[in-house]
Design a protein around this ligand. Sequence first.
Ligand SMILES: C[S@@+](CC[C@H](N)C(=O)[O-])C[C@H]1O[C@@H](n2cnc3c(N)ncnc32)[C@H](O)[C@@H]1O
Length: 263
Amino acid sequence: MKKLDIIKKITQKKEFSQLPNKDVLLAFENFNNDNYSDIEKIKLSRNLLRKIFSSFSSRKLLSFKNKEEAWFLNKHLSTRERFTHYEEIYSRIFKGMNKNLTVIDLGAGINGLSYPFFKKIGFNVEYVAVEAVGQFIDLMNKYFKINGINGSAVHLSLFELQELKKILKKSKKPRVIFLFKTIDSLEMLKRDYSKQLISQLSPLCDKFVVSFATRSMVKKKRFNVKRKWIITFLEENFEILDGFEFSGEKYFVLRNKIFKKDL
Ligand SMILES: C[S@@+](CC[C@H](N)C(=O)[O-])C[C@H]1O[C@@H](n2cnc3c(N)ncnc32)[C@H](O)[C@@H]1O
């Protein structure tokens, strides 16, 4: 089978039909060698994509029925764990910043529904979500529209670096980038890509916030060792403005160093 036909086959399953081509292609490249038959390539690519894009959400999330944002935030694993701490988390991140700012939320999931917490702590935020799962994009955009929120959700792969830069450059300053609990997903498709992403985008923002789970979301066990490579990278290459942990999620608030070596 030709490469394009295999890609088409992979996305024939409804759950993958709305994923950006770039991510599907990267998943496929992991298995595009002589060790696997075409059928195996399709199966393995789908398994990997499922691991990255389907495991964090509840099916119920994908049907929008005008429910309160709290209902949704409590249905999605990442936002549920963060729910009672949002005000504290956003207050720490925005500390010392102008009350009018832009947030660019990379791999947002449904985190755009936490918008009321920005208001609660007195910040007027222009919010832009970037996310690969089309259903989350629809959900957030409907939510912004219904509630008259200054927010938008863009359907784009985080591997489209040039497009991400365009989005950033178009937005008003000061800018804060969120990359919450998404590093593991990026690394599954392309090793060390998180380093490239953070290094290339950090000069375009005032603060870059990276978070990751310190314990397995399913088994609740801590896994510090697994995180050493990224923590070392952040400490060596960026100015760390703050670091804190809530409900099994560790946050690093970073700023670009002026003289930083290019990756
Ligand atoms: C664990 S969830 C975290 C969601 C959100 N950041 C939060 O913490 O509430 C990871 C999210 O990253 C998204 N994602 C993973 N890889 C992506 C990619 N290459 N491009 C865009 N989004 C991606 C997934 O679809 C998923 O919504």
